[in-house]
Ligand binder design. Structure first.
Ligand code: PLP
Length: 195
């Protein structure tokens, strides 16, 4: 099990190009702003803040934070960095799959991945299916934030009316276009967890 809270930045920061960008922007002293939903765990946004980012907590789900970030980017001439729906970001997330494959001592049957927008699982699946196609890749979602499960079931992206706040990182109403395209092709199954 790879625990997010045990990682360097209290999250998948270094594996996620978007989040590691905070580190590089800080090192180069570039002013940067990060929008998170108000449900985001304090350790996550505080570690980013310590790196010098201006953190704005906005909205009760990821989607509102993204809309806010896009708006500020347009208004202030900033560059919007997508947090999941971009191949570079997905590739960054894929390094989690590489770590799992390298660190596993015994045979590996399946990898269960918590899913929000689908970036983490798309990256893991893209890597793992290339090097070990027999390993099953399984979506894990709260039953009240099951956008990926429904989208896979219907064969197209489904937008949820509302999402539960059981797990902040996966409280999203709609999965990504690129992430869904990869998941449709690579994911083997779904597990829903009742909060
Ligand atoms: C706790 C947690 N689990 C899983 C994920 C993966 O989410 P996604 O499917 O959007 O990549 C995240 C993303 O930030 C998260 O914070």
């Amino acid at each position: 099990m790879k625990l997010e809270n045990m990682m360097m930045m209290g999250g998948w920061f270094v594996n996620n190009v978007d989040k590691s960008t905070n580190i590089h922007l800080s090192k180069s002293c570039m002013p940067h702003l990060r929008a998170n939903s108000t449900l985001t765990f304090i350790n996550q946004w505080q570690s980013v803040k310590k790196l010098g980012a201006t953190v704005v907590l906005v909205g009760d789900a990821y989607d509102k934070a993204q809309a806010y970030a896009k708006k500020r980017a347009i208004e202030e001439g900033r560059t919007f960095i997508p947090p999941f729906d971009h191949l570079d970001v997905i590739m960054g997330q894929g390094t989690v799959g590489m770590e799992v494959m390298r660190q596993m001592k015994g045979p590996l049957k399946a990898i269960f991945v918590p899913v929000g927008c689908g970036g983490l699982i798309a990256g893991i699946a893209a890597y793992v299916k290339r090097v070990a196609p027999e390993v099953k890749i399984i979506v894990v979602e709260p039953s009240d934030a099951n956008a990926m499960a429904l989208s896979l079931h219907h064969g197209q992206r489904v937008i949820l009316d509302k999402v539960g706040s059981f797990a902040d990182g996966v409280a999203v109403k709609e999965v990504g276009e690129e992430t869904f395209r990869l998941c449709k092709e690579l994911v083997d199954g779904v597990v829903l967890v009742k909060p």
